[in-house]
Ligand binder design. Structure first.
Ligand SMILES: Cc1ncc(C[n+]2csc(CCOP(=O)(O)OP(=O)(O)O)c2C)c(N)n1
Ligand SMILES: [Mg+2]
Length: 574
């Protein structure tokens, strides 16, 4: 009997099952052991395949795709250290609850622990960061039902519809040679599949309605609380009902830029500076704070939410996001359904002074910022964040990097409509940024932009490497302060000895030459007023653009201090 290699046949079945279960995109880094998966993905017209040279980039590309599309995305790599290179993206996907399907090729059991080439221990290599680990074993065609069941389960576990939260799932495949089909062998991806075209096991939708008792309790508290606040951090929930609730209750919304809640008249943008101002903070002591999503960008906000401030956290998975140990009640439910469930019964509150006082202060601080920033012709880090967020067209997406870009956006982005802001705030790494932004750009329907520091861009420069599977259009605004600007705000900045070597870490890279190397278009913006036009023109032209803004780290600290002083003066004059 001529032996038909089972690895290619089973790989085709697994890919078919993942597609039936809702996977549309897969990212791949080349390798030999993973050849059955690579060839199966490539042969399947229903899969959009994105190939990257570097596994770390492939992982973050998948992360960006999954974030923007809200669908599980597969990542495929070969055995050995290739697998370990997925770990940074897995960590982010875990902490930010992003569905990733990690399909790692491995050596079969007889080659493990023998010194066989490119063989490491891949069993549970991602530890507690994955929602589910499956050692699928050596493929056998007779086991297609098992493979289909595991495939549909992997998608269900990654989507968080089986009782857990969304996140990464690891399926390790022990692939035994031969890894490619016999010449002329027909693979049947539909082998053993459900005849209706559906998945082996359908896993339903992720609906987490609030318990009636929680709803009644919250409705009563919100109704009774004039001095309430809605704080929204990193989350992917539908924030419209939350905004509706804040509006009906007459509460300010303190929303991180990527929360989806920095919109409408109740959104307060300058809360960082308002809460840093001791008289303002003391006068605006809240009686109740509802928190949704993880708050991580503003230390000031976190410090303000002390244990003596009554706080309720609403989270679909009951995640214990409470670093300050201050939350008094966790409501495990979809925040959108919870808000929608109480808003209709809320009796309109007569317009009091609470919301008006926050609004007045926010407007005054914004005007003070504008005045300070208008005095400087060159672009600064604050003006770049403010102006970029304001200039982007409706329907655009903005991927923002950690470090100062997300903080400047948090401090200076005015509330606005129809801009989706995305950032890797799960683990707040500066790694994988280019790939994440490209993944977001690929999946987002609408123009794509990014805002990043120079080190975030350089850290993931392999993300720019062209491959035959192509690159999406993206305009990246790079704030180039020649190193890590955030450290200038931290206590180590008071120790000049070794500071540049240890923290500032200047590199002197010429961004135009860098762009040229990777086939990107480059433009240096020398006047703040030119930024909106430069960015919109670049977007209209298509391709990948680096729009560079050069700043100076020391001058940036001084400017931030002037802005803080201006905010304090504006608040004192109210
Ligand atoms: C993977 C990873 N390594 C290191 C850090 C620590 N870190 C935080 S900010 C930063 C510097 C970032 O520099 P850049 O992207 O240029 O932004 P800037 O601080 O200049 O605004 C570093 C190294 C991190 N967050 N993630
Ligand atoms: Mg920098």
């Amino acid at each position: 009997m001529s032996r038909r290699p089972p690895a290619p046949a089973v790989a085709a079945v697994l890919v078919d099952e993942l597609v039936r279960s809702g996977m549309t995109d897969a990212c791949l880094a080349p390798g030999s052991r993973s050849a059955p998966l690579a060839m199966a993905l490539h042969a399947d017209d229903r899969v959009r395949l994105h190939v990257r040279h570097d596994e770390r980039c492939a992982g973050f590309l998948a992360l960006g795709l999954a974030k923007a599309s809200r669908r599980p995305v597969a990542v495929v790599c070969t055995s050995g250290s290739a697998v370990a290179n997925l770990h940074p993206a897995v960590v982010e996907a875990d902490t930010a609850r992003v569905p990733l399907l990690l399909l790692t090729a491995d050596r079969p059991p007889e080659l493990r622990g023998t010194g066989a080439n490119q063989t490491i221990d891949q069993i549970k290599i991602f530890g507690s960061a994955v929602r589910w680990f499956c050692e699928i074993g050596v493929p056998e065609v007779e086991l297609v039902t098992y493979v289909r069941s595991a495939g549909s389960r992997a998608v269900g576990e990654a989507r968080g519809v089986l009782g857990g939260s969304p996140g990464p799932v690891h399926v390790n495949l022990a692939l035994r040679e031969p890894l490619v089909p016999q010449v002329g062998q027909d693979l049947d991806p539909a082998l053993g599949a459900r005849p209706d075209g559906g998945p082996w096991t359908a896993t339903g939708e992720r609906v987490r309605p609030p318990a009636p008792a929680d709803l009644a309790w919250l409705a009563e508290r919100v109704q009774a609380t004039e001095r309430g606040v809605l704080a929204v951090g990193d989350t992917d929930v539908d924030t419209r009902p939350l905004i509706g609730l804040a509006s009906a209750a007459g509460w300010p919304i303190l929303a991180e830029p990527q929360s989806g809640a920095r919109t409408g008249p109740n959104a307060v943008a300058a809360y960082e500076h308002m809460l840093r101002d001791a008289p303002f903070a003391a006068a605006h002591d809240p009686d109740l704070v509802i928190t949704v999503g993880r708050l991580g960008v503003s230390k000031t906000l976190q410090a303000w939410l002390a244990p003596d401030v009554p706080q309720v956290l609403i989270d679909p998975d009951g995640a214990w996001h409470d670093p300050g140990r201050s939350v008094r009640r966790i409501i495990t439910a979809d925040p959108a359904l919870t808000a929608a469930g109480i808003v209709d019964d809320l009796l309109e509150r007569p317009a009091g002074g609470w919301m008006a006082s926050w609004r007045r202060a926010d407007d005054a601080v914004a005007a003070a910022f504008d005045e300070v920033l208008a005095a400087q012709e060159q672009p600064s880090e604050p003006s770049t964040a403010r102006d970029l967020a304001a200039a982007l067209p409706e329907g655009a997406v903005l991927t923002v990097a950690s470090s100062m870009p997300v903080r400047d956006l948090a401090m200076f982005m005015r509330p606005r409509q129809a801009l989706r802001v995305v950032g890797n705030r799960g683990a707040s790494g500066i790694d994988g940024f280019v790939s994440t932004a490209l993944g977001v750009a690929e999946a987002h329907e609408g123009p794509a932009f990014a805002l990043a520091g120079d080190l975030s861009v350089l850290h993931d420069q392999n993300g720019f490497l062209p491959t035959p599977s192509g690159r999406p259009d993206l305009v990246i605004v790079v704030v180039n302060n020649d190193g890590g600007g955030i450290f200038s705000f931290l206590p180590q900045a008071r120790f000049p000895r070794g500071y540049e070597t240890l923290f500032g870490t200047p590199h002197g890279i010429d961004m135009a030459a860098f762009a040229n190397l990777y086939g990107l278009r480059h433009r240096l913006v020398a006047a703040a007023a030119d930024l909106p036009d430069a960015v919109l023109r670049a977007s209209a032209a298509g391709g990948i653009h680096l729009v560079e803004v050069r700043t100076d780290r020391a001058a940036n600290v001084a400017l931030h201090r002037r802005l803080e002083d201006a905010a304090a003066r504006a608040l004192a004059e109210l």
